[in-house]
Design a protein around this ligand. Structure first.
Ligand SMILES: *[C@@H]1O[C@H](CO)[C@@H](O)[C@H](O)[C@H]1NC(C)=O
Ligand SMILES: *[C@@H]1O[C@H](CO)[C@@H](O)[C@H](O)[C@H]1NC(C)=O
Length: 284
C-alpha cells in the first residue's frame, strides 16, 4: 500500500507549475526552485538543492518520442531521509505517458529505495522498487532508459533492472504516441518517503544536494511544428540500434539477478492489491 500512496504523492508534486522558467543551459531548462538549481562547469554539471523553503527541478528542452537516455546522478549524501530525487520522462495531460525513476532517501547508512513506475495513457500502478548494489551517494552512477516501440528497459550502470514490453496485442496500453520531456526534481516528502513516513527530514542537514552529469540522449527528437521526429527520416533511424533493441539472454539473466537479490516491491506479486487477479503484463 505504501507504494500506491507514493505514486499519488508523486503525481501531486509533479503538477507543481514551473514557477519561472529561469536559467537555461545545455540540454535543460531550470523550471523551478528559485536559484536552488545550478548549472556549473559550463553546463557539464547540474545540481539541484532542497531546503525547508523549496526544492528545485529541471526539464529537457527537447521532447522525445523513443530514445536511449542516459544520465549520471550522484544522490543526496548523508542523512537524506524524507527527500525524494526524481528522474523521469513524461508527457503532459490526464492521459499522459511516463517512465519513472525515483530515489527515496534514508538515514545515513540505510539504503536508498529506487522506485520505478510506468504510466501509459494516464494509467500507472506498475510499481517496482529496488535497493541498489552500491552506495549511490559516493559517486556518479548511470541511470538509463531504452524506450522504443517494442519495449521499455530500465538500466542502472548498464545492468537492466526492469523491462516493460509492448503488449498492446494483449490489450495493455504502451507509451508510443506522446512525446515526452526528461525531468528531474529534488523535493521533500517526509510524510511518506522514508519507512513510510516514520523517519522525517532532518532540516539541520539542509541544503540537500543531488548532482547530474553526462546527460546523453540518443533519441528521436520531436518537432512540435511538423509533428514528426528526427527518426522519421529512415536513414537516420536505421543507424539507431536502440530503436529495435530488446533484451538478449544475458540481459534477461541480469534482470533475474537484480530481481532476485535487490527487488523489494513488485506490483505483480502484490496479491492484496489485485484480489481479482494480476494485470495482464504480469504473466507475460
Ligand atoms: C530505509 O532503511 C530501512 C532500514 O534498512 C529500510 O527498511 C527501508 O526500505 C529503506 N528505504 C526507505 C526509503 O525507507
Ligand atoms: C540500413 O541498414 C541495412 C542493414 O543493416 C543496410 O543494408 C542499409 O544500407 C542501411 N540503409 C541506410 C540508408 O543506411
Amino acid at each position: 500500500m505504501a507504494a500506491i500512496a507514493t505514486s499519488c504523492m508523486i503525481m501531486m508534486m509533479k503538477s507543481i507549475p514551473a514557477a519561472a522558467a529561469a536559467a537555461a543551459a545545455g540540454d535543460f531548462d531550470i523550471t523551478w526552485g528559485d536559484g536552488r538549481a545550478k548549472v556549473l562547469n559550463g553546463g557539464r554539471l547540474l545540481t539541484l538543492s532542497l531546503d525547508k523553503t523549496s526544492g528545485s527541478g529541471f526539464r529537457s528542452k527537447k521532447q522525445y518520442l523513443f530514445g536511449k537516455i542516459d544520465m549520471q546522478i550522484k544522490l543526496v549524501a548523508g542523512n537524506s531521509a524524507g527527500t525524494v530525487t526524481t528522474y523521469y520522462l513524461s508527457s503532459l495531460g490526464s492521459t499522459h505517458d511516463e517512465i519513472d525513476f525515483e530515489f527515496l532517501g534514508n538515514l545515513s547508512g540505510d539504503p536508498y529505495t529506487l522506485h520505478t513506475n510506468i504510466f501509459a495513457e494516464g494509467k500507472g500502478n506498475k510499481e517496482q522498487q529496488f535497493y541498489l548494489w552500491f552506495d549511490p551517494t559516493k559517486g556518479f552512477h548511470t541511470y538509463s532508459v531504452i524506450w522504443n516501440p517494442h519495449t521499455i528497459i530500465f538500466y542502472v550502470d548498464g545492468t537492466p533492472i526492469r523491462e516493460f514490453k509492448n503488449l498492446e496485442a494483449k490489450g495493455v496500453a504502451f507509451p508510443k504516441q506522446q512525446p515526452m520531456w526528461v525531468y528531474s526534481s529534488l523535493w521533500d516528502a517526509e510524510d511518506w518517503a522514508t519507512r513510510g513516513g516514520l523517519v522525517k527530514t532532518d532540516w539541520s542537514q539542509a541544503p540537500f544536494v543531488a548532482s547530474y552529469a553526462n546527460y546523453e540522449a540518443q533519441a528521436c527528437v520531436w518537432s512540435p511544428s511538423t509533428t514528426t521526429t528526427s527518426c522519421s527520416d529512415s536513414s537516420n533511424a536505421n543507424s539507431s540500434s536502440w530503436l529495435s533493441q530488446s533484451l538478449d539472454t544475458d540481459g534477461q539473466a541480469k534482470i533475474k539477478w537484480v530481481q532476485q537479490n535487490y527487488m523489494i516491491y513488485n506490483y505483480c506479486t502484490d496479491s492484496k492489491r489485485f484480489p481479482q487477479g494480476f494485470p495482464v503484463e504480469c504473466s507475460s
